[in-house]
Write a protein of this length. Structure first.
Length: 150
C-alpha cells in the first residue's frame, strides 16, 4: 500500500536522526532505504557481534529490527515529532548466519499516538536470503518534547 508522509522532508529527518543514533553506528548498521512507512537497515557481519555459538547475537537482531520499525513509524509522523519504542516482541526463527543482515520495518497501522509496526530480519549470503527473525512493535509519537524530537 502506497503511503504519504505529512512531512515532505521525512527522508532527511529519518536519515539525520539515524546518523545521531550512536548505537547503530557502533555496531556498523546503516540505512539502505527510506519510504513512507518503510525503512530497511543493513548490518554487515562482524565477529564482535556474535554470541558464544558464532551466530549474530539476539540483541543485535532485536536492535536493528527495533530501529527499522521505529524509523518506519517516524517517517509517517509530522515534523517536530519524536518516536520511542513502547514494546516489542521478537521471534527468532533461525540462527543468524550470513554475510550481512537486512532489517525491514513496516508500519501496519499508524495512529495519532501509537503506531503498530512489523519487522523482519533476513540473513544474506551471496544471493541467498533467509528470514531469521520477525518483530511486532508498538511505537509512541512524542509531541511537545523538544529534547526528544527528531
Amino acid at each position: 500500500m502506497a503511503r504519504s508522509s505529512p512531512d515532505p522532508n521525512y527522508e532527511r529527518r529519518v536519515r539525520d536522526s539515524f546518523a545521531r543514533q550512536r548505537f547503530m553506528g557502533t555496531i556498523g548498521a546503516r540505512i539502505v532505504s527510506v519510504a513512507p512507512g518503510e525503512v530497511v537497515i543493513e548490518l554487515p557481519w562482524r565477529d564482535e557481534l556474535a554470541q558464544q555459538h558464532g551466530v549474530l547475537h539476539a540483541g543485535a537482531v532485536a536492535s536493528i529490527a527495533d530501529s527499522a520499525c521505529g524509523y518506519a513509524a517516524l517517517s509517517l509522523m509530522p515534523s517536530g515529532s519524536g518516536v520511542m519504542s513502547v514494546e516489542f516482541k521478537v521471534n527468532l526463527l533461525a540462527p543468524g548466519r550470513g554475510e550481512r543482515f537486512l532489517a525491514s520495518g513496516r508500519v501496519r497501522r499508524a495512529g495519532r499516538t501509537l503506531t503498530i509496526c512489523e519487522g523482519t530480519v533476513r540473513a544474506v549470503t551471496g544471493s541467498e536470503e533467509r528470514e531469521v527473525a520477525i518483530m511486532t512493535a508498538t511505537m509512541i509519537r512524542l509531541e511537545g518534547r523538544p529534547d526528544l524530537a527528531d
